[in-house]
Design a binder for this molecule. Sequence first.
Ligand code: ADP
Ligand code: MG
Length: 734
Amino acid sequence: ESSEGLKMLEFRRSLPAYKERDALLKAISENQVVVVSGETGCGKTTQLPQYILESEIEAARGASCSLICTQPRRISAMAVSERVAAERGEQLGESVGYKIRLEGIKGRDTGLLFCTTGILLRRLLVDRNLRGVTHVIVDEIHERGMNEDFLLIVLKDLLPRRPDLRLILMSATLNAELFSSYFGGAPMLHIPGFTYPVRAHYLENILETTGYRLTPYNQIDDYGQEKVWKMQKQTMRKRKTQIASAVEDTLEAADYNGYSHRTQDSLSCWNPDSIGFNLIEHVLSHICKNERPGAVLVFMTGWEDINSLKDQLQAHPLLGDPSRVLLLACHGSMASTEQRLIFDRPPEGVRKIVLATNMAETSITINDVVFVVDCGKAKETSYDALNNTPCLLPTWISKAAARQRRGRAGRVQSGECYHLYPKCVYDAFSDYQLPELLRTPLQSLCLQIKSLDLGGISEFLSKALQPPEPLSVQNAVDFLKIIGALDENENLTVLGQNLSVLPVEPKLGKMLILGAMFKCLDPVMTVVAGLSVRDPFMTPFDKKDLAESAKAQFSGREFSDHIALIRAYEGWKDAEKQQSGYEYCWRNFLSAQTFKAIDSLRKQFFSLLKDTGLVGLDNESQNKWSHDEHLVRAIICAGLFPGVCSVVNKERSIMLKTMEDGQVLLYSNSVNAQEPKIPYPWLVFNEKIKVNSVFLRDSTAVSDSVLLLFGGDISRGAQDGHLKMLGGYLEFFM
Ligand code: ADP
Ligand code: MG
């Protein structure tokens, strides 16, 4: 073997999981279900599947073994498979492969496949018994993602039918009992880990030792959005979460007598509702100036604040100097090429700083991290079942998550963790996070239950580890009926069947199908891809006005964020042909990366739609009416219905109302937010989100007749008789 190979082998043998190898294999061969827990980095994800693979090969069953290991996120499925292939001295696609929504590498001899949980659920659609699969490994179950909880119900159901199938559940925290008892007392194995000690610094210590001064002014400045901020604060007070009020209570009771006046003053200015960019900047420059070498991992809440923080840090004399600091981002929607940089060691004398979302808590291990900066928050979706509205708020993390974050600093040597909140706030955190199934709208999930033929929806969901509220389930079922995916008796309609194979939310899938039928596929695919990836329109804080007017130019007088998106994308396609895609994006405040993601998603839509038989082979006829923006607007309306609000034009402003929420507002980067008047009676929208008030992210104005015909009738038509009512319209257009 090469020395590289030997080194790898040595590394693998040094991991804590290696000592448990035989015990793990024995338990797996003797039990159908095994729960494995062990601290992050001990070797669960990369080693355990390999142990099984190797032992199957030793037992001469290598050719027939087929392991599937699910990951909650695309990027970890990819990163892990790459790592495992490298450990085996192979290329991806030999014994190890991966599959995620838009990509995958798998060969004839691939016995170990890493995939997203969603991909395995999709496979179950066409292969209910997972024929040929010998082992299913569900990773990161402690995260309690919706897909993972759902998969566990399905697998629990499947196990009696496949007595030879082995199920291994892997968790990074010690709540293994919960999963074990769900599977009738399955054996639990714990891999004792080893990490170096990590010193925790809470806000009071940070302020005391660095002398940094928090001021109320600074905090408002940090966010750059004073107005929103103030409004938020007022309403937050009204509808406070339990944790938020617990935090406030402890803060009131906290006593900092042992600290300097300066620190006490600072602490009284600390604002629990915002993330202080200036404080982060200060801590980072403190680390870079004073501390020993080692990478820094900063936990932020999401893509948006990572990007704004990155912008701010890039202007800093030390942190923005590429010869001294390598500034990287790590979040779920980054490009796959970007992710490799995170794992690489920076050049000598350069400090790596990774700004990450909570995905770096457990599923991704960056080896050289010595410092962790923890803002204490994560963006968590919650769901207000009463008003049938999803809410997206940065919320306090759990104690378990805070411990995880801290642990990331002790991988290779002892480390330091800077928690940017006082110790008493940590004490008020809840122990674990609420499972996603209990805080998300359930439409896609309910559609999947029907398409997998798993029986009655509420009955099925009542078998979950922690079942969702009946009202949430009812809302989802009602919605699927309204869009015509389910009939009155909760049976899947033809439309519903078609929707279940499209990897997007049901209503967006419906928009795609209508786009195909009405022969305006290209623009509709762009809208759907854009709505399911993310917004390509960027609004940097310091150039907000310029960015907004660039977007408004795309919309023209169409009063539509979606049409603006179509035009911006088409402009990018043209620019790409002339090799000036990046320049085009730069000029117009657009994200080239997002357009690339939209592009590949569009390709996938097209091939899936071809499979359904809804589009023919030639591209030309799919787009016979694509230039007709009235038709495209109508299809957008048909897809987004019943997401609609009425427009009331006032003297100098507009008032928007929906049936459920009363008054709603537009996000400031919507083209319609800049308009003094909207000459249409309705706006259709994809997403409303409760932050403080209810906000609409994106919207398209439509007329009465379009809303009635395309919003109302087409929905009903789809429901009544297998899209038969569409016939009339189709004749009109063909
Ligand atoms: P677990 O799943 O228990 O959290 P992993 O199997 O992901 O642990 O990782 C085991 C070890 O392998 C990590 O501690 C890390 O040292 C190493 N490792 C994992 N992924 C990579 C990678 N992409 N590059 C380099 N080392 C890695
Ligand atoms: Mg892991």
